[in-house]
Design a protein around this ligand. Structure first.
Ligand code: R5P
Length: 293
């Protein structure tokens, strides 16, 4: 039983030493609640401020995408090398080992496929995100498309629900056939996501003016990899993106469709977390690939 009069030992109140305020390392995130910061700090390294997210949610609109036909065989070996897993609730329950210990960016919007019209979506029940212990909920935002209003409402709803439970929201800027993937559009779409409450934005890299996209977005940006590129080109894109202000990548096809996906994700990590130049990271890729049995 505790001693009502305390133990009589002397106490140390640290008089004269001011308590240091906690300065959170992610931009635009300083005023978030503790639970949300904790979840974000599992995704983004507090040391580098960056992340290598592995995206394999493509099947929700594309079916068995090349490289994802057997996710148990192709994705599971990549999990130890990823900082965060972006996937659907189906894939999570079906193939991701519950003991993997990785934060989850849960695909939280759905509703259409490549066979119909993309982005005509609704959002999943936030309780499902709580049940699955998601750290981030990903929602498509199709600025400038005919589904603009619907997808911004979806973002707003997820942000409202996520704020209630301390789960952050990832606004994914959709790029339709009618929209140009240039800095003007990407900065518009990214800023609209952030202003509507997204805690992180996923968008594409563009060769011209990408630093304006990151500078004008008040929350961290991660880039999608897009279609498969030669490995060195994909590493160059990741390098340029982080050099120009991205807080990392949320990469799918350029990892799981690489000749050696396990080597590729490690090379991407070298670029994102260690600032390795793309040519050196490509050397690492070739070395790891050569070791493959
Ligand atoms: C797109 O809607 C999905 O969120 C994908 O996960 C995303 O595009 C990232 O994959 P990739 O690097 O293959 O573009």
């Amino acid at each position: 039983m505790p001693d009502a009069n305390d133990s009589g030992q002397s106490k140390d109140y640290g008089i004269g030493i001011p308590q240091k305020p906690d300065v959170f390392f992610l931009k635009g995130s300083g005023n978030l609640d503790w639970g949300m910061k904790d979840r974000l700090a599992r995704i983004f390294s507090p040391k580098s401020g960056r992340t290598v997210m592995l995206a394999f949610d493509h099947g929700y609109i594309m079916g068995p995408t090349t490289g994802l036909e057997r996710m148990d065989l192709t994705i599971v070996p990549l999990i130890p090398h990823a900082d965060c897993l972006m996937c659907t609730r189906g894939a999570l329950r079906q193939i991701v080992p519950a003991a993997s210990g990785k934060p989850i960016a849960l695909r939280a919007s759905a509703g259409s496929t490549v066979l119909t019209e993309l982005n005509d979506e609704c959002v999943i029940d936030v309780e499902e995100s709580v049940r699955l212990n998601a750290s981030l909920m990903a929602v498509m935002v199709a600025v400038g498309s005919k589904f603009e209003a619907l997808t911004i409402r979806n973002l707003t709803r997820l942000v409202d629900m996520g704020n209630r439970y301390g789960i952050a929201t990832l606004g994914v800027t959709a790029v339709g056939k009618e929209l140009t993937r240039d800095a003007r559009y990407l900065s518009l779409a990214s800023r609209i996501c952030a202003e509507n409450g997204a805690h992180v934005v996923k968008t594409y890299y563009c060769e011209e003016g990408f630093e304006k996209v990151t500078a004008s977005c008040p929350v961290p940006i991660v880039i999608a990899g897009g279609k498969k590129l030669p490995e060195l080109d994909a590493l160059r894109m990741a390098y340029q993106a982080v050099e120009q202000g991205a807080a990392g990548v949320d990469m799918g096809r350029n990892v799981f469709q690489a000749d050696d996906p396990v080597a590729m994700i490690q090379a991407v990590r070298a670029v994102v977390h260690d600032g390795e130049r793309p040519e050196k990271a490509f050397e690492l890729y070739k070395t790891l690939e050569a070791r493959k049995p």
